[in-house]
Structures are given as C-alpha cells and as structure tokens.
Design a protein around this ligand. Structure first.
Ligand SMILES: O=c1[nH]cnc2c1ncn2[C@@H]1O[C@H](CO)[C@@H](O)[C@H]1O
Length: 329
C-alpha cells in the first residue's frame, strides 16, 4: 500500500482545504475524506477555477453528494487582496459550473457565518501549531488571515500550497501558474510570512497523471466517490487533450493533498520564494536556492525560507489517489 493509516493512539492531522472547486479540487476533497490519517476541519472557498460564490456552492454540494454535510464551509474573498474584481476564471478547464457542466442541483446547506479568513484564524487559535491548510486556489484568504492576525503564521501548523512553477513554464503563460497568477500580491505575502510553507508547483503536478486506463478502473469501481468523479472528469480529459496534447489529466490538487498526507512521496528543497507582481512575468515564482552569496541586498535577503517540492514518486501518488477513491465506505 502506498501509505500507512494512523496507528492506534496517533492523532489525525487536522486539515482545512482552501479550494475553488473545480474538478481536480473535487478529487482532492474526496481523497481527504477517504484518508484515515486526516480530520477535515472545514473547507474555505476562493475564486480561481470558478467565482467564489460558485466555489461555495460547489463545496457544499460536494460534501452533500457524499453525505458529509457535517463539515463546515466558510466562504472566502470575492476579490484579490488588492480588491481587484477583474479575476481570471478557468471555466474553460472545469466547465461553466466548475464541475464538468453536469447541472447538479443546488445544495441545501449554507456556509457558516464567518468568512474564510476568520475561520482560518479561529481554527489556528483553537489548535495552535496543529492545523494544516491545503491551499488549492489563489492565496487571498491566507493573506487576509495574516492581515487579520499577524501571529497566524506562527499559529498555523503548515500551509501546503498548490502554486508556482519552479524551473518550468507556467500554465497561464510561460511565466505564471494559475493559482499564483490569480493573486500574486497575496502569494508573496504568504510565501514571505514566516509560516511553515510547503509549495507543490506544476513542475511536480505535471508528472502526476491520471491515464485513460486509470479512468477505466475508476469507472469500474462501485465507490460513490469514484462514481461521482467519473461524471465530471470527461470535460477535464478533453481540455488536456486540446491544451497539452496528453492522453491523461494532471492531478494538481489531489497530488498536493497527498503531500499533506504522506510527504515522503516527494523530496524538497528549501529557500526563499518571491512572487513577481508586475509586468509580463506577473505571477512568476522565483526561488533563491541560496547557492550564491550575492554582493548586495536583494528582495530575497533576510526573508523566511519555504520548502519547495523537487521530485515526486508519481506512480505511488497516483496509486494512493486511486486506492482511496475506490475504497468502499
Ligand atoms: O491551462 C490552465 N489554465 C488555468 N488553470 C489551469 C490550467 N490547467 C489547470 N488549471 C488549474 O489551475 C490549477 C493548477 O495550476 C489547478 O487547479 C488546475 O485545475
């Protein structure tokens, strides 16, 4: 088996998923629900694959679809940290409903009263040092949490980020990956906040591919998670065929979730990451590998370091995702 479950007496890892569902978000949320190592404290929502209002609706819907409406959903920001309202929404990847254009019925539940940022701060205070945030969209809610409570970076356990393109091209343009491009100023705040950050970029997630053969296996599974995902994955497959000329799909969000469950399936390097906020390279993540002592002060000098994933055992990650999704309740 790809990963070991919690041993008796061992505490589950408390996780909040900040998400913009999104087809691969749906998959990551389901993997989290099927991971005995995790306790899902809640979902917080953000724009990215869809607008925030729809992200909230989809988050509630996904939990209801698998009978987990006991998990709270807190709605996040509708605008960037700089209050910009002109957002880049990836409906061409996920469908106009964010879930493969399936016209699912609206959820019956409602989000909690608190905003995502308030929820994040509250949970960090409730369980200091113990909460892992898995951030699958632009980092606005996390930057707002840091603004709301400057001690948030110390109180939060870890922030595992799907974001950036380290030594590879981006997916919005050659410079920028979609989540960082969605709110570069927020990303720079989070990367330099001093929190324990682990970044998984598309240099990693583009190696974690769900093949046509894997899809066939999912189609044969009776698990309600696999059944649901098979309904929404078709559009995601079509997009990848058109945009990347691949036969499979990239498992960005589930791979990042796996980094939180079983970090040993990736290797990491550590250094300062700054985010470009202007010009044609807006959204570029630039990692200083600290291999050179620069003669002058740079924008990277004296900033806190983060961990960046550099290699991945891709077959093991895919196997773990598949195994969890096909597991019976
Ligand atoms: O080509 C693309 N443009 C914009 N967003 C994309 C593209 N491909 C995937 N994603 C979405 O962005 C995140 C990873 O960068 C993932 O959430 C993925 O679904």
């Amino acid at each position: 088996m790809a990963a070991s479950a919690v041993k008796p007496g061992e505490e589950k890892k408390k996780v909040i998923i900040d998400t913009d569902p999104g087809i691969d978000d749906a998959m990551a949320i389901f993997v989290a629900l099927r991971s005995p190592e995790l306790e899902l404290l809640g979902l917080t929502t953000i724009f990215g694959n869809v607008y925030t209002t729809l992200a909230t609706r989809n988050a509630l819907h996904l939990l209801e679809a698998v009978g987990r409406s006991d998990i709270p959903v807190a709605e996040g920001s509708h605008v960037t940290i700089k209050k910009a309202t002109k957002l880049r929404i990836a409906s061409f990847v996920h469908g106009s409903d964010g879930l493969g254009n399936q016209n699912f019925p609206p959820p019956t539940g409602k989000p909690v009263e608190q905003s995502a940022a308030t929820f994040l701060v509250e949970q960090a205070n409730l369980y200091p040092g113990q909460v892992t945030v898995v951030a699958l969209g632009p980092l606005t809610n996390l930057a707002l949490a840091i603004e709301l409570d400057p001690s948030f970076p110390e109180k939060i356990g870890q922030i595992v980020i799907l974001g950036g393109a380290y030594s590879v091209n981006g997916n919005v343009n050659p410079a920028a990956e979609a989540n960082i491009f969605g709110d570069p100023e927020a990303a720079d705040i989070v990367f330099t906040s001093g929190a324990d950050v682990l970044a998984v970029g598309i240099n990693i997630t583009h190696q974690v591919v769900l093949s046509d053969a894997d899809m066939k296996k999912l189609e044969q599974s009776d698990s309600k998670y696999a059944r649901y995902l098979c309904k929404i994955l078709g559009l995601y497959f079509n997009y990848h065929k058109d945009a990347y000329f691949t036969k499979g799909v990239y498992l960005h969000d589930p791979a990042t979730l796996v980094a939180a469950v079983n970090p040993s399936l990736m290797t990491y390097t550590e250094g300062v990451v700054r985010v470009q906020t202007v010009g044609i390279t807006r959204g570029l993540t630039v990692f200083d590998n600290t291999k050179k002592r620069y003669g002058e002060i740079t924008a990277w000098s004296d900033k806190p370091t983060v961990k960046v994933a550099v290699t991945v055992d891709a077959p093991a990650v895919v196997e773990m995702i598949m195994q969890r999704l096909m597991m019976d309740d």
